[in-house]
Design a protein. Structure first.
Length: 468
């Protein structure tokens, strides 16, 4: 009997491990005995569309709770930003609640004939940087529009996540039906956006760089400020001994004013908040741009995770595309730490081997792909990234090495489509390898941050019947 029970226990353990391998139920636990944060931290992800690209729509794993329970602009589970969120978010202690989440009660809420829930709050998408991951908040225009959420006992902090607007009004905040005391947080949050810009002599001249596709892009001084800062937060302290009802509504009666609210995040202890600022080329020359700086610095980041696309028509093109963003980050060294991860094109031998085959012609107008993927050219392009990081004293990690190591022991895995779906955008398994590289970099260069291992699910075996 004892032997039978032991065998049954082993079988159950094997099933559990197999289940985690094929269908992970959630992030792996943080290492025991790891360091604890002594304060809350903000980590901002910047880069081109590699970080934000949606490979499929809203493909979030079930363990997240869906689109309403992950941070703003965290659209699915198959991009680089999601992997950073997976490893750094304190999933046991941190709760994200987008306004459509069922935990919110809203004025005018009702179900239509199809069972869809509607309310006085309307989605608002007229925000800057309209790319593959649209920025969405919820708009209140009428004076009596309100929304409230009950935060269970045990939580110590809450951030109201909102968006600024040129005609933004004030958000009236109440806790348990009353205005919060000053020690808890402000009773009114001003969402008006100041659209003035600094004097011309402080903005600099127009300059040309290469965008994330290697094409020339002119960065000009703006004539006005950014139309909206998409993601802002206001902190509130909570008494963890009891539950609280947190309500937001319009503070004024002016008919031309609006408030734009994403929702809230509440937590206990100290946590890392991961912020998405990657928008097709924001580090390829755009970071010195006034608008991009406003958005990047809006939440006063402690850490910047910087992407570096490491292949161009010439090594000088790599330097030209990355140098403005790198130089700007270096100038802010006293405000935040920077870690660079280079993409896998130039440094991956598997990338070079795949695109040397004429049938695997890459997109984005690369006509002489055999020359582009030649060892000498790729080595020189990657060296340009290395030299830039050395110049600005940034730590660097290389996704290409992770990709090659992963494929070395898996002869059935193909570079495309298992690792990338084109030159720049990683698919599900590519994003995992990006995540693994970033995880290794954080553990090495930012060991003070509690990071959990990335969930690595095996890709399907490549087809052997000759079909793609």
């Amino acid at each position: 009997m004892r032997v039978l029970l032991a065998a049954l226990a082993v079988a159950l353990w094997c099933c559990r491990v197999a289940g985690q391998t094929t269908a992970p139920q959630g992030p792996q636990p943080l290492p025991e005995g790891g360091r604890k944060l002594n304060a809350d931290k903000i980590l901002t992800v910047v880069g081109s569309s590699v970080s934000v690209r949606r490979y499929g729509v809203h493909r979030l794993p079930k363990w997240t709770g869906g689109h309403n329970r992950v941070p703003p602009q965290c659209t699915n589970g198959q991009n680089v930003f999601f992997r950073v969120f997976e490893m750094l978010n304190d999933h046991e202690n941190m709760c994200w609640r987008r306004l459509p989440d069922a935990d919110w009660k809203k004025s005018g809420e009702k179900k239509d004939s199809r069972g869809r829930v509607t309310s006085d709050w309307k989605s608002f998408t007229k925000l800057p940087y309209k790319d593959a991951s649209p920025r969405i908040v919820f708009k209140a225009t009428m004076p009596d529009v309100w929304a409230e959420i009950t935060v269970p006992a045990g939580y110590e902090k809450l951030d109201l996540v909102y968006t600024s607007a040129p005609n933004g009004g004030k958000i009236k905040v109440s806790v348990d039906g009353e205005a919060p005391p000053k020690s808890m947080g402000p009773a009114a949050v001003d969402t008006r956006q100041d659209r003035t810009v600094p004097a011309k002599d402080k903005l600099g001249e127009a300059f040309t760089v290469l965008d994330s596709h290697g094409k020339p892009r002119v960065i000009r001084p703006p004539r006005s400020g950014i139309s909206h800062i998409v993601e802002l937060r206001q902190r509130y302290a909570l008494d963890p001994e009891r539950a609280h009802t947190f309500r937001v509504e319009r503070a004024g009666q002016e008919p031309d004013k609006i408030i734009l609210v994403w929702g809230v995040v509440y937590w206990r202890g100290n946590c890392v908040q991961v912020v998405q600022r990657a928008k097709g080329g924001i580090n390829c020359g755009a970071l010195p741009n006034y608008w991009a700086i406003q958005e990047t610095m809006a939440l006063k980041p402690d850490y910047i995770l910087m992407e570096a696309i490491n292949i161009r028509g010439t090594p000088g093109g790599v330097t030209k595309s990355l140098n403005p963003g790198f130089a700007w980050c270096a100038a802010q060294r006293k405000q935040f730490k920077t870690l660079v991860y280079s993409t896998c094109q130039a440094s991956s031998k598997e990338f070079r081997k795949w695109f040397r085959v004429p049938a695997h012609k890459p997109p984005y107008g690369a006509k002489d792909y055999q020359k582009t993927c030649a060892d000498e050219h790729c080595d020189a392009c990657q060296l340009a990234v290395v030299e830039l990081c050395r110049k600005y004293e940034f730590p660097l990690v290389d996704v290409g090495k992770t990709v090659d190591a992963y494929m070395a022991g898996r002869p059935m895995v193909r570079f495309v489509p298992h690792i990338l779906n084109d030159w720049y955008h990683p698919n599900q398994w590519g994003a995992m390898l990006f995540g693994q590289t970033i995880y290794d970099g954080i553990r090495t260069h930012w060991p003070e941050l509690p990071a959990r291992p990335v969930t690595m699910t095996p890709p399907p075996a490549a087809r052997t019947d000759g079909k793609k």
